[in-house]
Design a protein around this ligand. Structure first.
Ligand code: SF4
Ligand code: SF4
Ligand code: SF4
Length: 442
């Protein structure tokens, strides 16, 4: 079948023969991400694809299914970075170059929140707001508390459903902070590398962070734990899950995010090897967690359930100096890409957005990269995250793409396996073997 017709209809053929212990081209996963459908076909089955095509094609304008932001006024996500200061000095810190004593003023924060939580600005009533670093937000607790309470009040007043999170390194926690987070239903996210010697190597303060997590769990405010996976932990993800499950049994949600760093990988080959290990051990840890009703996830895995035109949905990131940046990893003028990522300014007078610049930055999306055009991962990855895209060269980015596709394909195959089992077959291999033996096409 003409593959151009398939691409035009957003249908992708992914060779999966080697997964089924056959020649790689012997079987294909036929994947229609926009229709949310997939099937496995052997070579004969592919010839009959035109017969089933209508079932795989989305009726009408398929672009309506893709999540996209057209103007800054449509933005539903905001990140607030109160300062550039941090009491940790993690070796892989993405914001280390931006350290300074500049911090956000209350007037600026108020104006930004009034713009964000404003029923006249947008018709949507779902917003998300995170207080995050930059630096360590809890070093600016009076300002953060004010921001949380003010945002909560604005959301109540204007009928918004506001999801708030606070990301912290876990060094500071007390009853006053817990009370405020509970009052305003803020979900704490603790950055924690879990294994004691690893935490103490990269981030230090293991006991201090454990105490914070204990305090939160004890008060009924169960946090999400975010661990950065490095070459030191990539083969220890199941051990990390087991530790969390035993030491902090109330915690159900963990994010194991692969590190982005050009210092930890001397060559693109090293990065590729790291990603191969990550895939193997991430799924092992995830499966282990699922068995006890818990969740280990990461950004790309989560994206399999989204249809995107941009790798990371654009957001309003309020920097400590009152600028608006598109990504919270770029928040200081001392960072290389700052000028290219900032599209607005907030001060005591209000919010000013350079809409033309916003359009330019927001327009860096899946359509900007020739390599994405025929990629089966395109509507889940959408060109990827700006952080590795800015940091890595082409060879490294090829590894990022290989990893992204590997993560998405493995997730799809796992779903197919579950489906086969639910239908009484032992698994996908057995199911395909059965079809072959009985001369059934796909
Ligand atoms: S705690 Fe976060 S902001 Fe502070 S040094 Fe570590 S990674 Fe950077
Ligand atoms: S995996 Fe690579 S080629 Fe595919 S959509 Fe993502 S960035 Fe584009
Ligand atoms: S572009 Fe990447 S680093 Fe920046 S906010 Fe999005 S996911 Fe995070």
């Amino acid at each position: 079948m003409n593959t151009e017709i398939l691409y035009r209809n957003n249908i992708f053929l992914i060779p999966i023969g080697s997964y089924l212990e056959a020649a790689d081209e012997a079987y294909c996963l036929v994947y229609s991400p926009l229709a949310g459908k997939m099937l496995v076909a052997d070579k004969e089955g592919l010839e009959e694809l035109p017969d089933v095509l209508p079932e795989l094609v989305v009726d009408g304008d398929a672009s309506r299914l893709l999540s996209k932001v057209n103007a800054a006024g449509d933005l539903q996500k905001m990140s607030v970075l109160p300062n550039h200061a941090c009491n940790f000095s993690c070796s892989y810190c993405y914001s280390a170059k931006g350290r300074s004593n500049v911090s956000l003023s209350q007037e600026t924060l108020d104006k930004a929140l009034e713009y964000f939580i404003n029923p006249q600005r947008l018709s949507e009533r779902h917003l998300s707001l995170s207080f995050i670093g930059g630096g360590e937000p809890l070093l600016s607790w009076p300002l953060v508390e004010h921001g949380i309470r003010y945002a909560h009040a604005l959301a109540l007043r204007h009928g918004f459903n506001l999801l708030m999170t606070l990301t912290t390194n876990g060094s500071i926690m007390n009853d006053g902070i817990i009370r405020c987070l509970k009052d305003c239903q803020v979900l704490p996210n603790i950055s924690f590398d879990i294994i004691e010697e690893v935490q103490n190597k990269y981030r230090k303060h293991f006991n201090q962070v454990c105490n914070t997590i204990d305090k939160l769990c004890g008060s009924g405010l169960v946090p999400v734990v975010n661990a950065t996976i490095t070459p030191d932990t990539v083969e220890r993800m199941t051990e990390m899950f087991q530790f969390m499950d035993t030491r902090f049994p109330k915690i159900t949600d963990m994010v194991f995010e692969p590190v982005v760093s050009n210092e930890l990988f001397a060559t693109s080959g090293e990065l590729g090897l790291f990603y191969d290990k990550y895939l193997e051990h991430f799924f092992a840890a995830r499966n282990m967690a699922q068995m006890v009703g818990k969740n280990v996830t990461c950004r790309i895995f989560k994206n399999v359930d989204s249809l995107l035109t941009r790798g990371c949905p654009s957001k309003l990131t309020l920097t400590p100096q009152g600028d608006l940046s598109i990504c919270y990893c770029i928040s200081s003028p001392q960072e290389k890409m700052y000028a290219q990522r900032v599209y607005g300014k907030v001060d005591a007078k209000g919010v000013e957005i350079d809409e033309e610049k916003f359009q330019r930055i927001n327009g860096i999306n899946v359509y900007s990269f020739a390599k994405c055009e025929k990629c089966f991962a395109k509507w889940h990855c959408a060109g990827g995250c700006m952080c590795p895209n800015d940091l890595y060269d082409e060879e490294y980015l090829d590894e990022v793409c290989r990893f992204t596709k590997g993560m998405i394909l493995q997730t799809l195959l796992q779903r197919l396996e579950e489906r086969c089992k639910a239908e009484g077959a032992g698994g996908l291999r057995e199911y395909c073997h059965f079809l072959k033996q009985n001369n059934l096409k796909s």
